[in-house]
Design a protein around this ligand. Structure first.
Ligand code: ATP
Length: 902
């Protein structure tokens, strides 16, 4: 197949375009043809931003000042004939560099993988059926359905536009929406902004609906041509990463200060110069937490992957941290708190309620009045209500061998097709007899939808929407087969019926119609003078797991607020089932909210649990009111108009299934299953990840402080070996080894710790809290001091025999104490030693390697160690127990403010 390359698509009619692109204007391509074209044209994607190459990453590991100093020191040692030291330092520098490389490489890779997860999907018609496919599989000739909120997935020719308008600022800089048309344009030379019958990759549909045949994909698109301009832009750093980096910079200076002091002390004590130099530099390497930033990135990205497994896709890394601070979750009702599997339960027509039987989307079931089955044929108002529900409908009902009955499209509309099917009314037949003339799509701001059709009785407008809206535009009602005026009394009976249905947690739609003059072009002004036919009420059961999640939030000090477009009575009834309203909490409507000024809202926002009949603008005010009280707000949304509120929220949450592309792009996190429980799970993971980061900051810093103090205090105490020479508690190589193995392995494993089981029993962390408060610093220093004191005690014991034994004792005690320390840090977070196999692996391997260093003759010569006997091990273990007891007391004294239930 050869496709003609036309670059003036806009001058052709849609039919000609379809012909040129060898596709069908209504059925689209066949699946087989699409596959062939995918092979030929390649995936519809733009080149990825260039990443740092592994080689650069590796070279970067060896380009720090400290590493160069170490390498220089090794050379000096070699020059002076200290070959063993020089080689060992060289090997350790290489190993250290490799470990750093491995950490950063992994961090980088997992970030790339995360970006991949966030790919977009599009709606295409293939083989005449609506399908959702990943946008990168779109090929020229594909027929794409575009609805408000969708990102246009490729360049194409608009073949049908129902009030479709798009925002093209990304491409043209023009911020006003462009109204799209299907007709051909005359001029062959037009700028992008003037091609009103074309859709472009990277622009978004802001209202209406339309179809487009794809003309170009990937790099051939207008955006593709300027794609190189879009590259660049760095990965965002999280607040924690930034603060840790700042802390790291400050620590470098403190460490260097102490190291200089150590060097001076050594000098005045008369230590040999080379040894003194090596010790000082190794100490600097050991004490400076250079691996911290990479480990933080690893912990964050591991966390993000864990969240993805629990259906929460984090789009921006900093959100992981903010998630843990969330104190208010504002959530939609339909689909998030409820299942969004609608089923019509009751229909109010002709002044009485008709109950509907049956299950799921299967169009089988009886109609009953007061428990007695009725014949629907005898109820013309019921038939009319069902017909309107079907003829003003964009969904489709399918029967499928494996899945049974299912719907494509909005579940509310699917439910209407199902209930009509129960009266033998099917969309396909009805549509054939009543062809469509025009449509005004559903929009949650307007809360209604209409379709004009040519019926045997002439042109008609069929409308469905929220009861109050339809009522406001109605002037008569269908009663006993006649159109009667809508008196106040009749209005009241409709409102009573609506309230009665809504208070049973049912979602209510009113249906109506009006005759139209023939061949008129449909617009909003025609949604007037309506004849109301009845109310259709559907059940949308709450998701079973949500009640527990709301309870979890309450224990975790998180307030849940429901914001819905639905009626107040329905919202309150659902909230009651879910136990979402506390005693005395209020439910307000959008109209009531409009009566409140911002101050009034701020004063009352803590008492309002439900906002009903709201529009998108209200969401923005609610987010702002909560934020002005210092709360960290998560806000869910799905429609285009929700994007501003989602952006404003601390955590903007887009719905994965019902969410539009615009909302997803504005969001910090996408919930793949639209489920409220997944948001709560993500908050829990967020808390867990933050805990893990704090854990290894805690572990790493106390270990580093201990190493510094072991050398420094040993010198201050004037330790000398049995021959009377000045003695240093650890050798340079031992220090470097500790830094590499004992510090490095467990730190990574800590990032893989599971979430503290009690993480959701404590109030949210304040985002303004310092990560390194004074209390924490003092605790770390004291712990480091106790570890150093214990180590020096063991060292002193060995000193009575030989310098080598003393150093081996100090070395081994530090290794053992660091193992103890890991578990002490973890136990503050209720982690048993067996809850993380990586920790066991890390600790076991660091112990095993240490035993090799102490007991194999070859390594003994390199590390300057001697084998330890049982008595010496006894001393070390006694020291470990004493240090453990004292550190436990310190931990207890410095415990965080007690977990409290709110
Ligand atoms: P939430 O905001 O919690 O998701 P919601 O789904 O009820 O709640 P919208 O989808 O904005 O909010 O719907 C608002 C109202 O519009 C509904 O209460 C209903 O009366 C009406 N409505 C919903 N879907 C349709 C539809 N497809 N056609 C016509 N009217 C609809």
């Amino acid at each position: 197949m050869e496709l003609k390359n036309v670059n003036t698509w806009w001058t052709q009619s849609p039919e000609d375009n379809a012909g040129t692109l060898q596709t069908d204007l209504h059925k689209g391509l066949s699946g087989e043809e699409a596959e062939k074209r995918l092979q030929k044209f390649g995936p519809n994607q733009l080149p990825e931003q260039k990443r740092v190459s592994p080689l650069t990453l590796l070279i970067n590991q060896f380009s720090s000042f400290i590493v160069w100093t170490l390498i220089a020191a090794a050379f000096i040692a070699g020059f002076l004939g200290e070959w063993v030291d020089a080689t060992a330092i060289g090997v350790i520098v290489v190993l250290n560099g490799l470990l750093g490389f491995f950490q950063e490489f992994r961090a980088d890779k997992s970030l790339a993988a995360l970006r991949k997860m966030a790919t977009l999907s599009s709606k295409v018609i293939r083989n005449g059926e609506l399908q959702t496919i990943p946008s990168e599989k779109i090929v020229p000739g594909d027929l794409v359905l575009i609805e408000a909120g969708d990102r246009i997935p490729a360049d194409g020719r608009i073949t049908q536009s129902i009030e479709l308008s798009t925002q093209e600022a990304a491409l043209t800089g023009e911020s006003m929406p462009i109204h799209k048309i299907a007709d051909a344009l005359e001029k062959p030379d037009l700028s992008v902004g003037d091609k009103k019958n074309m859709g472009f990759l990277g622009t978004v549909a802001v209202s209406g609906k339309g179809y487009m045949i794809v003309t170009e994909t990937g790099l051939q698109t207008e955006l593709g041509k300027i794609a190189s301009l879009l590259q660049g832009g760095r990965e965002e750093q999280t607040p924690l990463q930034i603060r840790l980096e700042e802390l790291g910079h400050r620590l470098v200076w403190i460490c260097l200060g102490v190291v200089a002091l150590v060097f001076a002390l050594g000098f005045f004590r008369g230590q040999p110069l080379v040894e003194n130099l090596l010790i000082s530099i190794s100490l600097a390497v050991a004490a400076i937490p250079e691996g911290l930033p990479a480990i933080v990135t690893i912990a964050l990205s591991i966390g993000v992957r864990k969240m993805a497994k629990r259906n929460a896709l984090v789009r921006r890394l900093p959100s992981v941290e903010t998630l843990g601070c969330t104190s208010v979750i504002c959530t939609d009702k339909t689909g998030t708190l409820t299942q969004n599997e609608m089923m019509v339960r009751s229909i109010w027509v002709n002044g009485s309620f008709v109950d509907v039987m049956g299950v799921g989307y299967n169009p089988e079931g009886d109609f009953k009045v007061k428990d007695a089955k009725i014949n629907f044929q005898d109820n013309p108002e019921l038939i009319m209500a069902l017909k309107i529900g079907t003829l003003c409908n964009s969904a489709e009902l399918h029967q499928n061998l494996e899945k049974g009955w299912s719907i494509a499209g909005d579940p509310t509309e699917g439910a209407l097709l199902t209930v009509a099917g129960k009266a033998q009314l099917f969309k396909q037949d009805l549509e054939q007899k009543n062809p469509i003339l025009g449509e005004i799509p559903f929009d949650s701001e307007r809360k209604r939808m209409s379709m004009a059709r040519k019926t045997p009785e002439g042109a008609m407008l069929f409308i469905k929407g929220a009861t109050d809206i339809i009522l406001a535009h109605a002037e008569s009602i269908l009663l006993n087969g006649k159109v009667e005026p809508l008196t106040d009394e009749r209005k009241k009976s409709i409102l009573d019926a609506n309230a009665s249905l809504a208070s049973q947690a049912l979602r209510v739609l009113a249906v109506g119609y009006r005759p139209l003059p023939q061949e008129v072009k449909i617009d909003q002004s025609m949604e007037d003078k309506l004849i109301l036919v009845g109310l259709i009420a559907m059940m949308d059961p709450p998701r079973p797991e949500v009640k527990k999640s709301i309870e979890t939030c309450r224990n975790a000090g998180i307030t849940t607020v429901m914001i819905t477009g639905d009626h107040k009575e329905t919202a309150v009834a659902v909230a009651k089932e879910l136990n979402l309203m506390k005693e005395g909490a209020l439910a307000v409507t959008g109209a009531e909210l409009e009566q409140m000024d911002d101050q009034h809202l701020k004063d009352n926002v803590r008492n309002i649990a439900i906002y009903a009949r709201t529009s998108a603008a209200h969401k923005l005010r609610i987010v702002r009111a909560w934020k002005s009280l210092g709360e960290v707000v998560a806000m869910t949304g799905d429609g285009v108009n929700d994007a501003p509120a989602i952006k404003e929220a601390d955590i903007g949450v887009a719905m994965g299934i019902t969410g539009t592309d615009v909302t997803k792009e504005a969001s910090d996190m996408v919930i793949l299953d639209d489920n409220f429980a997944s948001i709560v799970n993500a908050v829990e993971e967020g808390r867990g990840i933050y805990d893990n980061i704090i854990k290894f900051v805690n572990y790493l810093m106390s270990s580093n402080i201990a190493e510094l103090l072991v050398i420094f205090m040993g010198m201050l105490l004037g330790f000398r070996d049995p021959l009377g020479n000045p003695f240093v508690s650890l050798s340079a190589i031992q220090l470097l080894w500790l830094n590499l193995v004992t510090d490095g392995f467990p730190a990574i494993a800590l990032g893989l710790d599971p979430v503290d089981p009690t993480a959701m029993n404590r109030p949210p962390r304040k985002s303004s809290d310092s990560i390194f408060p004074l209390r924490f610093a003092v605790q770390l220093f004291l712990t480091g001091f106790v570890i150093a004191a214990g180590t020096l005690a063991a060292c002193h014991f060995g000193l009575s025999q030989s310098a080598e034994l003393a150093q081996t004792m100090a070395f081994t005690t530090l290794v053992v104490l660091e193992i103890v320390r890991v578990q002490m840090v973890r136990s503050q977070y209720h982690m048993s030693i067996f809850s993380n196999p990586y920790i066991i692996l890390a600790l076991a391997s660091s112990l095993l390697l240490h035993l090799l260093v102490v007991y194999t003759p070859f390594l003994q010569t390199i590390f300057g160690t001697v084998p330890l006997n049982l008595t010496e091990w006894g001393v070390i273990l006694t020291v470990a127990i004493v240090v453990w007891v004292i550190s436990t007391v310190i931990n207890f004294l410095f415990k965080k403010p007690q977990l409290q239930k709110s």
